[in-house]
Design a binder for this molecule. Structure first.
Ligand SMILES: Cc1cc2nc3c(=O)[nH]c(=O)nc-3n(C[C@H](O)[C@H](O)[C@H](O)COP(=O)(O)OP(=O)(O)OC[C@H]3O[C@@H](n4cnc5c(N)ncnc54)[C@H](O)[C@@H]3O)c2cc1C
Length: 428
């Protein structure tokens, strides 16, 4: 069967459904094609910082997002072994400063919130893209169920292993970062309050590892997410079951709160973290990549999905601005690439900081306000996608793209960008 459509969104994860919402809200006709038989997300949480909440509000999902999100007053950072207090980030105060809350969601709740208003006639499930050909007047999309769609324009939201990315750039596989993650959800009724006192959100750091735990779903669940340096190669999979005993053994001599928390884990997932070198390969011609398909990053700034929500809003605005879609795509890349490159570098810096081997240096960095990403990143959280969707972003100098001057001198600039090739693994 061959059908036609104007704009095809390939991939119905957080990036794809957010974009479908944005296009619907801004009156742009689009259809969504998802490989899975149903839209769904894994049993885990995702945190969303204020500027990305503004994007979600702006793309037409405010009420549903507010209903699904949990607000924590703030996050404590402690030493993983001694329990020593290291830092408190007051999220209510920061939310006031930035004009929108920090939210933590169960991923499935957020995806439901984004998918619930989309017309079922515009969502095509069980459509795994296997081939795409960019032609003079359209893009031919071939799906594994035998269907062929001729789309005038395509938005690739098909995740870190994007087929559309491969079509455009050949074998450009993400590389293993040397990091493994564990994830688990606990019934909050099983978690004594003293463990996550007093705000219900704690992060434990130690050389080469960190653990975060916080409430989601109106405090009905506690989400645990960890990250550790490991020499061992770990498979990249969203569905690989882990061994709770192995998870506990990954964190040596945990302080009493963390030990009590980890002892409650009976079910967990484990996977390796993969990312690509920072690059400008975000699409060309009739195909635009967004979300992890464009800019998979290490999760240490909590910004992978947040940047996808900004993508969704900004792309929706450009596509409804009256420009031809290819011009809209070019403008989207012009304003988005420098910002996301900055966020990718911040995530790498934050990973390095959280896993520092020298604890005294880590404490000194916290005291000087140079270590933690929080509080010092007005350029990140102060961005307002709704008011600034068509403006060149401001990026802190240490994270901005370098620009090679005429005599080979290097400076930083947010408007001209050479391709950069910082590998996550190498940078770490
Ligand atoms: C441990 C960890 C913690 C994280 N925590 C946070 C956080 O707190 N905050 C945050 O902002 N980000 C976080 N992230 C990052 C965030 O999860 C990702 O950036 C985000 O999920 C990417 O969304 P996406 O829609 O681009 O990709 P995906 O979620 O991978 O979705 C891709 C979709 O495309 C579909 N698909 C794939 N291939 C095809 C195909 N060939 N044809 C059709 N459909 C296809 C898939 O089935 C899927 O539905 C975290 C990541 C990790 C690993």
């Amino acid at each position: 069967m061959i059908t036609k459509c104007r704009i095809a969104i390939v991939g119905g994860g957080l990036a794809g459904t957010a974009t479908a919402n944005a296009l619907k809200t801004f009156g742009v006709d689009a259809e969504l094609f998802e490989a899975a038989p149903a839209l769904g997300e894994i049993g885990a949480a995702v945190s969303c910082s204020p500027q990305a909440v503004k994007a979600l509000w702006g793309l037409g999902a405010r009420e549903r997002v507010d209903a699904a999100g949990h607000r924590s007053p703030g996050e404590y950072t402690r030493n993983m072994q001694t329990g020593e207090f290291l830092e408190f980030r007051d999220r209510f105060k920061l939310a006031e400063k930035w004009g929108a809350p920090y939210y933590s969601f169960h991923r499935a709740d957020l995806l439901d919130a984004l998918a619930s208003t989309l017309l079922s006639a515009h969502i095509h499930l069980g459509h795994r893209l296997v081939q795409a050909t960019q032609r003079a007047d359209d893009v031919k999309l071939v799906f594994d169920n035998g269907r062929t769609v001729h789309a005038q324009y395509v938005i690739g939201a098909d995740g870190v292993k994007s087929v559309l990315r491969q079509v455009l750039y050949g074998d450009d596989n993400p590389s293993y970062t040397g990091q493994a993650a564990w994830r688990s959800l606990l019934d909050a009724r099983d978690v004594p309050e003293w463990i996550l006192e007093p705000t219900g959100q704690t992060e434990w750091v130690s050389p080469g590892a960190h653990v975060r735990a916080y409430y989601i779903r109106q405090k009905k669940l506690v989400n645990i997410v960890t990250q550790q340096d490991t020499g061992e190669w770990v498979e990249e999979s969203w569905n690989k079951r882990g061994d709770p005993q192995e998870m506990r053994a990954s964190f040596a001599n945990p302080e009493p709160r963390l030990k009590a928390l980890l002892d409650l884990v009976t079910d967990c997932m484990k996977w390796g973290l993969f990312a690509r070198p920072i690059n400008d390969n975000w699409g060309n011609g009739r195909i635009q990549l967004i979300g992890d398909a464009a800019h998979a990053m290490v999760p240490n700034a909590g910004q992978g999905a947040c940047q996808a929500f900004e993508d969704a809003y900004v792309l929706g605005r450009w596509l409804s601005s009256g420009l031809e879609p290819q011009e809209a795509f070019e403008n989207f890349r012009r304003v988005r690439i420098p910002r996301v490159h900055g966020v990718q570098r911040l995530a790498l810096a934050n990973l390095k900081f959280k896993h520092m081997k020298d604890l005294d240096a880590q404490k000194a960095a916290l005291a000087a306000g140079t270590g933690s990403m929080h509080g010092k990143n007005d350029w990140l959280y102060g961005f307002d996608p709704v008011a600034q969707w068509n403006q060149m972003p401001v990026v802190a100098e240490q994270y901005a793209d370098p620009v090679v001057g005429p005599a080979g001198s290097t400076t930083t600039n947010t408007t001209t960008r050479p391709a950069t090739t910082t590998s996550p693994a190498a940078a770490y």
